[in-house]
Design a binder for this molecule. Structure first.
Ligand SMILES: NC(=O)c1ccc[n+]([C@@H]2O[C@H](COP(=O)([O-])OP(=O)(O)OC[C@H]3O[C@@H](n4cnc5c(N)ncnc54)[C@H](O)[C@@H]3O)[C@@H](O)[C@H]2O)c1
Length: 377
């Protein structure tokens, strides 16, 4: 029987892939380090008993060598993702592990028929923008001076006018934070080494993925989990910047369906594909939706705090994936209801956001603009 290796298979996206692979009759081996704060050291209950679980590190050649035994498909989902300043960990966990994967497949002549890597919308940085008079740009990060003044929007580098954020396709990667840089490297390693050594490879650039099993212990990022843990604990949601940031959140079932598509569609091999929700919503709108689902009032704390390295607006154009027959099917309401129901029923449910916010302030990742209303932060 065919076997798949899912690295990070005890995590949020990986675990849904594990279920999908088993449902197709594929044997699954999980390689996962159970890293905190996502995990508490135990294998989560949702990991199926009929998946082989190996606790190990994707950075460790011997672990990876063992994990690749008799494997036909690899889904490389393990990653380090956060807003903390331990820069090298992003590259060793996300990029070097991917190079190691190809190194082992090539040097040991493994018969791997498909490698899928989890890339990210973060490879686009601020994404594509348009100025009415000066055309299209892929702006760099906003300046510290601008953010300190609470001036959140991008302006045209030529005329200084306001830029409109467009839907961003796969053509140009322009990352500017360590996570995005490491994901760009991972993406290119997979697609280019895959082509060079004839190992069918696909990278998926996920937008913000949401749904059950998204660990609420890791509250450094993830608007839905942050709003859910706060509102579910009687705390009003803390909003970064002014809450007008546009995002294209996508549901986990749609993401799992997309990620398994290359098993059946050789036409996708060698490609990179955006996986997003194909709809745009502001952070404030998301907070209001979460409050409605939790069943509480919503008075978001919009204080002028901002995360260094954050993106103003980003939405991924999913036309390339749609051309492969995929369409997002989950409405944002379905996604939020599914996550809130799962999180509130979880025995470990607690407001993990407060500690994460304090830690980010200590590390200088979360900062206050001059316009900050600290009484509400
Ligand atoms: N969730 C999102 O919104 C999103 C968006 C874009 C891209 N991605 C990418 O999708 C993938 C899965 O993300 P997720 O949300 O499921 O994250 P997650 O944190 O829930 O899962 C990641 C898993 O990787 C494991 N892991 C971390 N470091 C490891 C290591 N060195 N060795 C072995 N295992 C290790 C963790 O224990 C965890 O179980 C990641 O590559 C991530 O960068 C996620």
């Amino acid at each position: 029987m065919a076997r798949a290796l899912v690295t990070g298979g005890a995590g949020f996206i990986g675990s849904h892939l594990v279920d999908g692979l088993i449902a197709r009759g594929i044997d699954v081996r999980i390689l996962d380090l159970l890293t905190p704060p996502v995990h508490d050291g135990r294998v989560p209950d949702y990991v199926p008993a009929d998946a082989e679980f190996v606790r190990g590190d994707v950075r460790d050649p011997e672990c990876m060598r063992q994990a690749l035994r008799d494997v036909r498909y690899v889904f490389h989902m393990a990653a380090y993702q956060d807003y903390l300043p331990d820069f090298s960990t992003f590259f060793t966990t996300n990029a070097a592990s991917t190079a190691l994967l190809y190194e082992l497949i090539v040097s040991e002549r493994r018969n791997v028929e498909l490698v899928v890597v989890a890339s990210s919308q973060a490879v686009y940085g601020e994404g594509r923008h348009r100025c009415g008079s000066d055309g299209d740009f892929y702006p760099g990060p906003r300046s510290e001076e601008q953010l300190e003044q609470g001036e959140w929007n991008h302006t045209c580098p030529r005329c200084g006018g306001r830029l409109e954020a467009l839907w961003t396709g796969e053509a140009v990667m322009n990352p500017h934070n360590p996570y995005g840089l490491s994901k760009r490297d991972q993406d290119e390693i997979a697609v280019k080494l895959g082509a060079r050594y004839k190992i069918p490879s696909v990278s998926f650039r996920y937008s913000i993925v949401q749904g059950p099993r998204q660990s609420f212990r890791n509250a450094y990022s993830g608007a839905l989990r942050n709003f859910t843990v706060q509102l579910g604990s009687g705390v009003q949601p803390l909003i970064y910047e002014d809450g007008e940031q546009q995002r294209d959140y996508v549901g986990i079932r749609d993401v799992a369906r997309a990620t398994l598509l290359p098993l059946d569609r050789a036409a996708m091999h060698g490609g990179s594909f955006n996986v997003g929700g194909d709809r745009s919503v502001s952070v404030l709108e998301l907070a209001e939706l979460v409050a409605r689902v939790v069943g509480v009032g919503c008075e978001p704390r919009v204080t002028g705090l901002y995360r260094v390295g954050d993106t103003r607006h980003i939405r991924s154009d999913v036309s390339r994936l749609k051309a492969q027959g995929w369409l997002p099917e989950e409405s944002l309401g379905d996604v939020v209801r599914g996550y809130v129901a799962w999180a509130l029923a979880h025995p470990d449910f607690h407001n993990a956001a407060a500690g994460a916010q304090e830690r980010m302030k200590e590390l200088g990742v979360l900062r206050a603009a001059a316009t900050v209303d600290s009484s509400r932060a």
